[in-house]
Design a protein around this ligand. Structure first.
Ligand SMILES: [Zn+2]
Length: 88
């Protein structure tokens, strides 16, 4: 199965369906947010954590990140790094 947009081969569990077409993860994210890439980042990260089995057990930094993502609604990597540094 190939991504409709970039024509890359997509593994079975990495397929994303949008408007009846299949896309790879990267293209799917771009399609959902063509102009504002940063906003869905938080949601994407949370899903990515889950997908890679990092939800349980969570390390303290991971818990902190997920909490921040939920609270902020969106978060940029630099922002998260700032928060996890604990003000040092
Ligand atoms: Zn693609």
């Amino acid at each position: 199965m190939k991504c409709r947009q970039c024509r890359r081969d997509i593994p079975q569990d990495d397929r994303y369906e949008h408007a009846g077409n299949l896309y790879c993860e990267d293209c799917y994210i771009q399609i959902l947010s063509p102009t504002r890439f940063c906003d869905p980042w938080a949601d994407y990260s949370a899903k990515s954590f889950e997908k890679h089995g990092m939800i349980s057990p969570l390390t303290e930094p991971q818990k902190m990140l997920l909490k921040l993502i939920k609270e902020l609604g969106k978060a940029e990597p630099a922002e998260l790094i700032e928060h996890t540094r604990g003000g040092n």
